[in-house]
Design a binder for this molecule. Structure first.
Ligand code: ATP
Ligand code: MG
Length: 238
């Protein structure tokens, strides 16, 4: 694995919600790196700042201080470098949430094709790419059914296909296996690992899920707004 240019490099990241008496420091100096093709776990108690960190990385929330480099480019350094941080999210980042947030009145294929249509692909090309991804995620046989007819695990795989559609170099997944049983949860993790290898995607998985924690080669703990890398993670792997 190349160590040359991390896909994600975070240094001294801080996030304060509110001001004055009600101010709340959710992130107090987070350091973290993820290489292309790497899937890392991020675990910590409720309220420790996991979702806040993902939201900062995804330009959903503006950090208060520190630095974020994506793919070797500084995108935040005590302020967004780009006037349109939302473009970052569109072009570089796929999100997978705990609830899949699929669009119920579109079928499976069109849910996955949607981000491509929004990016200007033709309908035919977008559907073609959607079908390839659905095949990779073992849900191609469900390509034309309504979202409401899918199981929880199938919905989550469709959501992963959608997050991968425009080949973002980064995927941020917030509790992606929470609604799944252990077999399905492990299947989702295997798929994320395979996608990371195949597309060189850098993936951060926030989780409480004890079943999947041992699958991460690298694991960060977050506690009280600070990250700590787990030196023992991944020992039982390889
Ligand atoms: N929009 C907000 N305004 C004010 N405080 C917030 C806001 N969002 C989060 N917080 C606070 O920041 C802290 C970190 O929240 P965050 O959602 O990042 O935690 P988390 O680790 O994702 O927790 P969980 O495991 O419960 O999802 C919490 O104390 C939370 O109450
Ligand atoms: Mg959260």
């Amino acid at each position: 694995m190349t160590q040359a240019r991390p896909a994600i490099a975070v240094a001294g990241l801080r996030k304060r919600y509110g001001t004055g008496e009600t101010a709340m420091d959710a992130l107090k100096g987070v350091d973290l790196t993820v290489q292309p093709g790497e899937v890392i776990g991020l675990i910590g108690p409720s309220g420790s700042g996991k979702s806040t960190l993902l939201k900062c990385l995804g330009a959903v929330t503006e950090p208060s201080a520190g630095r974020i480099d994506l793919d070797g480019e500084t995108v935040y350094e005590n302020g967004w470098r780009n006037r349109d941080p939302r473009a970052l999210r569109r072009d570089r980042i796929g999100f997978v949430f705990q609830a899949p947030y699929l669009i119920p009145f579109l079928d499976v294929t069109d849910n996955v094709a949607l981000p491509l249509l929004l990016a200007g692909w033709s309908k035919r090309e977008a559907r073609q790419r959607a079908r390839e991804l659905l095949t990779a995620l073992d849900v191609a046989q469900r390509a034309h059914v309504a979202i409401t007819q899918l199981s929880g695990g199938e919905q989550q795989r469709v959501a992963i296909a959608r997050a991968l559609a425009n080949q973002p170099p980064i995927i941020l997944a917030d509790e992606p296996t929470a609604p799944l049983d252990s077999e399905r949860a492990l299947a989702v993790v295997r798929i994320l690992n395979r996608m990371a290898q195949q597309y060189r995607t850098a993936i951060i998985v926030v989780t409480h899920d004890e079943k999947i924690i041992p699958t991460f080669k690298r694991l960060y703990h977050i506690r009280d707004g600070r990250t700590y890398e787990d030196a023992g993670a991944g020992r039982e792997l390889d």
